[in-house]
Design a protein around this ligand. Structure first.
Ligand code: AKG
Length: 454
């Protein structure tokens, strides 16, 4: 997803891996056979296109509207015919949101039960067949209780104050630094930067290699009030790379998921942060098994069918850099205090979700992005220490966290290559449909699935 640091790595991997799709899989047949959501989307899209065609004014009216728009140098969609078409599109897509949630059985819990989630919960890990049938094939999340990781040595070792610091005493790790805990997220464009109409940019963290004990200290002390938030979140299979010394404390893969998906994970990542690190809305081309070891992770989820609600637009890429030239040697933590944002040169654009679910001004954000704020609430799911979330590929997620007793939130996730099947094609087609809901909702040139994920 980072288009600078993080996303470009994922993007490269995705390109390489997508070339090898199909070589390792055992279960291509059954996945297609259970592809209920894909078929449902196809049915809805056919209906939607049928309605738009059937209810459009006659072709002569369309031609007149298009000519009038050309003469006035406005878009066809600003004409009466265009607005009529947009209204139909929006109505049909809103129906799709409701019907796909219904199809997946993701019903909002009672508002009286603040802790409840629409995500189905299992006390024990599923069998591979049940996981494939009930979750992977329909693309339906699953939360699995602490029984899933109770046998991991990490479950007891990592939440302590000192185990990781001792085990990784002389290990340099990649630390992602931002002033406010929002890496790979939109930020106000730095003053003086030119050549883009957007007032925002896509900001990537400043990445430093730091000895783990110093990294843990910086993470615990992270605070936007002090202008520095550190998050260890290198997404390049880092548990088996930088953190290899402690990789044996967790399962090398998730056996029931590997069996169901017909492959081993492509990447196993470690995430260590405190309450100030937030991951903005995005999606990934992976089936994700996300296990929390210490603290809690709070997910906001939107199914891929709700693509339009996130207003994915192109933003110029920017990176945080030290405000003054760094003099310290690698491994030292002093002077890591001030960062400034710089637009990347040569400029490149990153397609990213425009929506911040916790904006400074809710009124302003809701007026700019009504499809998100007026639509069904995102599906909330808190994953507690010991629990595992299955997050199907292409689901949008926004993640915040609460630390455990050691002052850290620690999680491991297993990314499995997704199946680039007919559902993928349907979602791409859906995302290419334009809903012109006010000026904030104009699709960007590269809309489709080249996108913010990886
Ligand atoms: O834990 C986080 O901060 C983000 C996790 C995430 O985006 C992922 O697993 O894909």
């Amino acid at each position: 997803m980072e288009m600078s640091g993080r996303t470009s790595k994922k993007q490269q991997r995705c390109e390489q891996w997508s070339q090898s799709i199909g070589k390792r899989r055992k279960f291509d047949g059954p996945l297609d056979a259970f592809d209920g959501v894909g078929r449902w989307i196809s049915r809805l899209l056919r209906r939607l296109l049928g309605e738009v065609t059937a209810e459009d004014p006659d072709p002569a009216c369309w031609r007149r509207a298009a000519a009038a728009a050309r003469n006035r140098k406005t878009s066809v969609d600003q004409t009466v015919a265009g607005r009529h078409r947009n209204a139909l599109m929006e109505r049909a897509v809103r129906e799709l949101w409701a019907e796909s949630r219904d199809l997946l059985g993701l019903h909002s819990p009672s508002p009286d039960d603040a802790a409840a989630s629409a995500v189905p919960r299992a006390d024990l890990p599923p069998t591979p067949l049940a996981f494939l049938r009930d979750h992977v094939s329909p693309g339906r999340p699953l939360l699995i209780s602490a029984a899933a990781t109770r046998h991991w040595p990490a479950a007891t070792l990592w939440p302590t104050e000192s185990y990781l610091t001792d085990a990784l005493r002389s290990t340099a790790v990649s630390l992602h630094l931002t002033p406010d805990g929002r890496a790979d997220a939109l930020a106000p464009r730095p003053a003086g930067s030119s050549s883009s109409s957007s007032s925002k940019c896509f900001a990537s963290a400043h990445v430093r290699r730091v000895d783990f004990p110093a990294a843990a200290r910086l993470i615990r002390a992270s605070d936007p009030a002090a202008g520095l938030v550190a998050y260890a979140q290198q997404q390049d299979d880092c548990l088996r790379g930088e953190y290899a010394a402690v990789a044996g404390n967790v399962d090398a893969h998730v056996p029931w998921a590997s069996e169901a998906l017909g492959c081993l994970p492509e990447a196993v990542n470690l995430w260590i942060g405190n309450a100030h690190s937030v991951t903005s809305f995005h999606k990934d081309h992976y089936d994700n098994i996300y296990a929390v070891v210490s603290g809690e992770k709070h997910f906001f989820l939107l199914p891929p069918t709700e693509h339009h609600r996130l207003y994915i637009r192109d933003y110029p890429a920017a990176s945080y850099v030290p405000a003054q030239a760094e003099q310290e040697a690698e491994g030292e933590e002093q002077q890591l205090t001030r960062l400034k944002l710089q637009i990347e040169e040569p400029q490149r654009m990153v397609p990213w979700s425009s929506v911040d679910p916790y904006p400074a001004s809710l009124e302003e954000e809701a007026a700019s992005f009504p499809l998100y704020f007026d639509g069904p609430p995102p599906i909330r799911c808190t994953v507690r220490a010991g629990e595992m979330l299955y997050l199907p590929s292409m689901w949008f997620h926004h993640v915040s966290q609460s630390p455990g007793p050691n002052g850290l939130t620690i999680a491991v996730n297993y990314w499995y290559d997704m199946q680039f099947d007919i559902k993928y094609a349907y979602f791409n087609f859906l995302s290419s449909l334009e809903i012109d809901h006010g000026s904030s909702n104009k699709p960007h040139a590269s809309e489709g699935d080249s996108e913010e994920d990886d």
